[in-house]
Design a protein around this ligand. Structure first.
Ligand code: ADP
Ligand SMILES: O=C(O)[C@@H](O)C(=O)COP(=O)(O)O
Length: 412
């Protein structure tokens, strides 16, 4: 294993896997830190944690455990993957996890670059944009767990860490890898937010940090890394392999992000079967995973079970029961529904939402996931077993007809 990655959620980890596979690396995503060694042909290993929103100390501990395992697999470079919208609270977890990893690896400079231009996430003057809006006006300010109310990454990260936070502007990135390397060494601070507006900028950054032990960012920061290993003659020529899976299909969505809500609306408008889950009914125990599964298994086509709701509805239910209590109940509802669906014969499962997908993969007790071809930017097809394939969609990713598109791609 050459590149060791730690993802703070499951969809984000598969997004990173997608980038690395497209650039020709053989990638396996692990559900938590494995207890066994990796297969010998894995070139990039991604330990997916559900650490984005857990208490800081737990996120740090789990990330360090993952780092230990990746080091034991022989990795030469390490990447901490978080969301392209920098999902975190003023307490963490991006800053504290990065600090712990940097200390463990003796990294004296660490870049922070969540840019992912293919999905509209760009960084300019240290500010994160989603399309033509600042992060804080993109809808992410309403995220149920990590409302992003400040687009200045330097300021947001500073709240989470004891380290000072520096900045490398786009003008330096445009001068190429040598200029970035020089700017990095000249930084007075250990943590450095880097601008990136285009894929070319990410490739330059990837070249510039070829010898850094630790990088942090969205999946975009991995764009240039496979070429570094290839240039050193370290990648196999064969590349990844993939075969699809026919059979019954179902979709689950606990994502309340704007893109997912559009995809849910489109799925319904296209006449597909859909069942809306009322969180109140789940909290009261009157809606159970068994009910949802029985309904889904009795449908033709691509049934969708969703709790996706507008920000006002989400806020109202959170105020009544508490944010964590609602998230925990819905996560276990979806995890159990996934388990029952697969037990009932479903071979293609599509999930929307980072937390939701993490809960589902854990509920299915799948230890490792082989990353396959891209469905939409940031979302690959995944093989989870001999007769099970998955698509784990980040909340804000995917075309409007994502559910139908994913079902087709998983089959082929
Ligand atoms: N109707 C709802 N009301 C309140 N919370 C919800 C509702 N539906 C889902 N949630 C919770 O909102 C969170 C959505 O997060 P996630 O699954 O990561 O989606 P995304 O990728 O869009 O951020 C989950 O914790 C989920 O349990
Ligand atoms: O970088 C991204 O945007 C994604 O890879 C990701 O992490 C998204 O997380 P969720 O929106 O919670 O799925």
């Amino acid at each position: 294993m050459l590149l060791g990655c730690i993802g703070d959620d499951f969809t984000g980890s598969s997004d990173l896997g997608n980038t690395l596979v497209k650039a020709g690396m053989r990638v396996v995503q692990y559900s938590g830190t494995p207890i066994m060694p990796a297969a010998p042909d894995v070139e990039a290993g991604i330990v997916a944690l559900k650490s984005r929103t857990m208490p800081v100390a737990d996120a740090v501990r789990l990330s360090l455990e993952a780092l230990d395992w990746l080091r034991a697999q022989g990795c030469r470079q390490f990447l901490f993957k978080y969301c392209s919208t920098f999902d975190s609270t003023p307490q963490g977890n991006i800053g504290p996890v990065a600090e712990a990893l940097a200390d463990a690896l003796n990294a004296d400079r660490v870049i922070f670059c969540p840019a992912f231009p293919a999905t509209g996430r760009t960084i300019y003057q240290g500010h994160l944009f989603v399309g033509d809006r600042l992060l804080s006006e993109s809808g992410m300010e309403n995220h149920p767990l990590t409302p992003m109310t400040d687009p200045d990454l330097r300021r947001w990260l500073s709240r989470q860490t004891r380290e000072g936070v520096g900045h490398i502007p786009a003008a330096t990135v445009w001068q190429g890898p040598d200029a970035v390397r020089a700017a990095l060494s000249a930084q007075p601070h250990r943590f450095v937010v880097t601008d990136a507006i285009r894929d070319e900028d990410l490739v330059v950054l990837g070249q510039a940090v070829a010898d850094q032990a630790l990088l942090t960012g969205g999946s975009g920061i991995a764009l240039g890394l496979p070429a570094n290993f290839r240039a050193r003659g370290l990648l196999s020529a064969e590349g990844p392999h993939w075969h699809g899976q026919p059979g019954p299909v179902a979709a689950l969505s606990g994502s309340c992000s704007r893109a997912t809500r559009g995809q849910v609306a489109r799925h319904i408008a296209d006449g597909n079967p859909a069942m809306e889950i009322d969180p109140e009914a789940v909290m009261a125990g009157t809606m159970t995973a068994r009910h949802a599964t029985d309904w889904a298994l009795s449908q033709d086509g691509l049934p969708l079970v969703y709790s996706s709701a507008d920000p006002d509805d989400v806020r109202a239910v959170q105020q009544r029961h508490g944010t964590e209590a609602v998230a925990a109940r819905l996560d276990s509802f979806f995890a159990e529904t996934a388990r029952l669906l697969v037990a009932g014969g479903v071979t293609r499962l599509i999930t929307a939402g980072g937390e939701t997908s993490g809960a589902v993969v854990e509920g299915l007790s799948v230890a490792s996931l082989e990353i396959g071809p891209e469905i939409d930017p940031g979302v690959p097809a995944i093989r989870a077993g001999d007769a099970l394939v998955l698509a784990l969609k980040s909340g804000n990713f995917g075309a409007e007809n994502f559910f139908a598109k994913a079902a087709e791609r998983l089959a082929g």
